[in-house]
Design a protein around this ligand. Structure first.
Ligand code: FES
Length: 106
């Protein structure tokens, strides 16, 4: 189990215990976290799981795969280095305490 934290745009903080092998999006949808929809089921085709992360957490997650990069570029005018698709974040024990900042659904 890996505990991750979702922070809403208004600052509301919610801790979620992720199951082994879950993505950030799956953990959020299972827990009913507002603002994470996961419309495409994690196929990297919707960006309704968009989150932002700190530089330190981005380094812990690892670099974006090309498919994540392409999806972000197709829906965002300005892709911040902090932007990630939570369906592409596979939760591992070393990501304990990961903070995912929820952004408006695009
Ligand atoms: S759930 Fe669709 S891109 Fe992440």
């Amino acid at each position: 189990m890996t505990t991750i934290v979702f922070i809403q745009p208004d600052g509301t903080r919610r801790e979620v215990d992720a199951k082994a092998g879950e993505s950030g999006m799956q953990a959020a949808v299972r827990a009913g976290v507002d603002g994470i929809v996961g419309e495409c089921g994690g196929a990297c085709m919707c960006a309704t799981c968009h989150v932002q992360v700190s530089e330190a957490d981005d380094a812990r997650i690892g670099p974006r795969e090309a498919i994540e990069e392409e999806m972000l570029e197709s829906v965002l005018d300005d892709v911040s280095p902090a932007s990630r698709l939570s369906c592409q974040i596979k939760l591992r024990p070393d990501l304990e305490g990961l903070v995912l900042n929820v952004v408006e659904v695009v």
